[in-house]
Design a protein around this ligand. Sequence first.
Ligand code: AMP
Length: 298
Amino acid sequence: MDLAELVDPAHPQGDVKLIRARDELRAALAPVRREGASIGLVPTMGFLHDGHLSLLRAARAECDLVVVSLFVNPTQFGPGEDLDRYPRDEERDLCLAAEAGVDIVYAPPAEEVYPDGFATSVEVEGGITDVLCGDPSRRGPGHFRGVTTVVAKLFNTVGPDVAYFGQKDAQQVAAIRRMVRDLDIPVRVEALPIVREADGLALSSRNAYLDPRVREQAASLSRALRLAEQATRTGSLSDGLAAARDELATAGVEPEYLEARDPEDLTEVAKLGDRPVLIALAAEVGGARLIDNVLIEP
Ligand code: AMP
């Protein structure tokens, strides 16, 4: 049976269907699931770039039906963060999603996700969510509470077989994997590699904030991480962190954090042993808060 027909008989294949209501999405997916087709979900905040597209392509290659969500989730933004100015371009996102062969774009309004009286959240506690970006002096654990709550809701609405995330947000991946494990959510979580610009800058919707004059500074984050990996391999993890710190200092970038941690439970790591080590970095460059990381395999 043609999956496009299952979703909407009036809808030609190759076109993408835009859905804004949760119940309509459920109704569209029910026959797909009954047919035994696999469903892939790519949660995003929109303003799609090649990083997002790599997730869409992976989903397209592996799943019978692909859903991408576009939702700038207010609960993961703290007071004074960039919720109001976060870049949005739904029309362009729809074109890109169609080109990538997405079947359904789910773009709900905030009231659909958080109706009046909304009072429940999903929180991965301690360790994973109160360090790095979740450190109370930075974005705080409320950021990840917002992420896991909205992702849990998307999982409940879509019921995906596979959900695709970017390794760029390594801490988010760790929190979501832990939530899926702890709450027995029947979904496979795939984390895909960071997609970068030619100069190494990790793609991010927030790169739209970057003035061309600070691009060189922004590129120092990925350079620092590359040097960190090299120096770790030839010397030690502390050599690696020192090399990264030097590179950032040369570029005039003050890291918010630069730390070596276990990629799964985010405990601090002092040396490269028999497990991969995550070196994670956040810094504000020209008014944009950027994050990047490298995963060093043993
Ligand atoms: P966002 O729209 O920023 O919430 O990102 C949606 C998904 O795309 C998340 O799973 C991100 O980790 C992933 N993503 C964002 N930037 C990149 C990138 N440069 N490479 C790979 N995945 C990315």
